[in-house]
Design a protein around this ligand. Structure first.
Ligand SMILES: Cc1cc2nc3c(=O)[nH]c(=O)nc-3n(C[C@H](O)[C@H](O)[C@H](O)COP(=O)(O)OP(=O)(O)OC[C@H]3O[C@@H](n4cnc5c(N)ncnc54)[C@H](O)[C@@H]3O)c2cc1C
Length: 449
């Protein structure tokens, strides 16, 4: 059957069809998350909308699933096994008309940010320039600027997609209110998006960057971070990191083999105003490294200095109900007292428009919890993954009383779908999925059924 499917794809698709016989297969089938096992039936590098239609129709006819995977930053074990995996590296169109931009599915955030630089407008990018604009936006999209403007999914104004029957159509709030709601936060389960129209925001300048202190200042610094971020205007996003830098040549010599605290800043406005708001951080101690400056929009995806190349990375996220003195002490005790395979902890301040419902919002809804806790590690050797899983478990057990059960869909890894959406949202997503894709042909990273 797979042979027939591949032969069929080869005759109906204009782009390239990569299969297990190809010498490049083991490279091609990898997601950004190198540890996620991926054994698709075939990979299609689509040349245009017709190729997407052909792949979706083939999936329906041959009883397999079809999944969009532009970069695989959100890949899960559910995405790829036995599926036709679509890659969009050839579809990179970006068209701006005043305060609306239309992007194709291969466009990455670093490209869109660069195109918008100097226009006086911004979209709502996240921390990593390598992720695709569409993959990020359909899963919610937690942006540096979401405290002011909400999640990126809510900025979607129109969706062009190929539906489960292979029809290409435009979906808007007026044409298909339920489907329009579902795609804006429900992920890749409701159609293969061929273009999104996004509302842009008029913003002149981003001021920010990364400041780094030795971990000895951790308790005072994280208290100052919590105070600064609790009082911050919605224009200011501040994220705190605990970074456990390995003793390897790749790390600059003075930073090797110890813990550091980093504070990342993105402020929509003037540098002097930002520095005044951040003064309590400098009062703790002068940073050992880093300074803040105007950040060209094209560089916003680099503030957090996250890896962009594929990694054997493992991550575990929880939302935090609070991040006060007790939570800070608990976190530092758990992380700094003794060896751990966890390489970094990130605490992001949410709040503001994240938590504010607005009429017409999509399935991404609101995030009421004020902070997000992200733990990350690299599994470089066999056996590392088990040790890292234990460390994540211990972290969540230790921090248990401060954690919420919910995980934003974009950042979910192994959690069941019930943890990603409130009950009524998930019920509505499931009803819409059964209606628009009754054969369950289209597969996202987090299947709703
Ligand atoms: C280092 C790192 C940093 C991150 N930072 C942030 C952050 O700041 N904010 C945030 O919100 N998230 C963040 N994420 C999560 C990331 O944004 C999501 O995992 C995002 O979905 C990844 O985009 P991608 O292009 O790699 O998508 P993939 O993992 O390839 O796809 C993601 C999902 O989108 C669907 N999808 C993609 N394209 C289409 C399409 N054309 N049509 C239909 N469905 C589609 C897929 O089916 C899949 O379900 C981060 C992840 C990593 C690894």
């Amino acid at each position: 059957m797979t042979t027939d499917l591949i032969a069929h794809l080869r005759t109906t698709v204009h782009g390239s069809v990569v299969t297990p016989d190809d010498p490049s297969w083991d490279q091609e089938r990898l997601a950004w998350h190198l540890l996620v096992p991926q054994q698709p039936a075939a990979i299609v590098h689509v040349d245009g909308v017709e190729d997407i239609q052909a792949a979706v129709r083939a999936a329906g006819a041959f009883g397999v699933k079809v999944a969009a995977q532009p970069r695989g930053h959100g890949a899960t074990a559910d995405t790829a096994t036995g599926t036709i995996l679509l890659r969009f590296d050839r579809l990179r169109g970006i068209e701006r008309r005043d305060d609306v931009v239309r992007v194709e599915p291969g466009v990455q955030w670093r490209e869109l940010n660069a195109v918008l630089e100097g226009t006086g407008y911004t979209a709502l990018p996240g921390s990593n320039g390598d992720t695709s604009v569409i993959g990020y936006s359909v899963g919610g999209g937690l942006s540096w600027f979401s405290r002011k403007y909400g999640q990126a999914a809510h900025q979607i104004r129109a969706i062009d997609l190929v539906d489960a029957e292979g029809n290409h159509r435009t979906v808007t709030a007026d044409s298909d209110p339920d489907l329009f709601w579902a795609v804006r936060g429900g992920g890749g389960e409701f159609g293969i998006v061929t273009a999104l129209e996004l509302q842009l925001q008029a913003e002149e300048q981003v001021y920010g960057g990364r400041l780094i202190w030795p971990a000895e200042h951790g308790r005072e610094l994280l208290r100052a971070f919590a105070a600064v971020s609790d009082d911050a205007p919605e224009e200011l996003s501040v994220w705190a990191w605990l970074m456990n830098l390995p003793d390897v040549d790749l790390v600059p010599e003075p930073m090797r083999g110890r813990w550091w605290i980093a504070i990342d800043v993105a402020f929509l406005g003037d540098g002097d105003d930002a520095e005044k708001l951040l003064a309590p951080l400098y009062d703790v101690a002068a940073p050992a490294f880093g300074e803040l400056a105007v950040v060209p929009l094209g560089q916003v995806g680099s503030i957090a200095q996250e890896p962009e190349d594929p990694m054997p990375a493992m991550g575990r996220i929880r939302l935090l109900n609070e991040f006060g003195g007790e939570a800070i002490d608990t976190l530092l005790d758990l992380m700094l007292d003794g060896p751990t395979p966890i390489a970094m902890i990130e605490v992001r301040r949410l709040g503001g428009a994240f938590a504010r419902p607005r009429p017409g919002d999509g399935a991404a809804g609101v995030i009421e919890e004020p902070y997000l806790l992200l733990a990350g590690a690299l599994a470089m050797a066999p056996g590392d993954a088990d040790e890292i899983e234990n460390a994540f478990h211990n972290l969540h057990t230790g921090m248990g009383r401060f954690l919420s059960d919910r995980v934003p869909p974009n950042l979910a890894t192994v959690e069941p779908i019930e943890q990603l959406y409130p009950v009524e949202t998930l019920e509505r997503l499931r009803a819409i999925k059964r209606q628009v894709d009754p054969q369950d042909v289209i597969r996202g990273n987090h299947p709703v059924l």
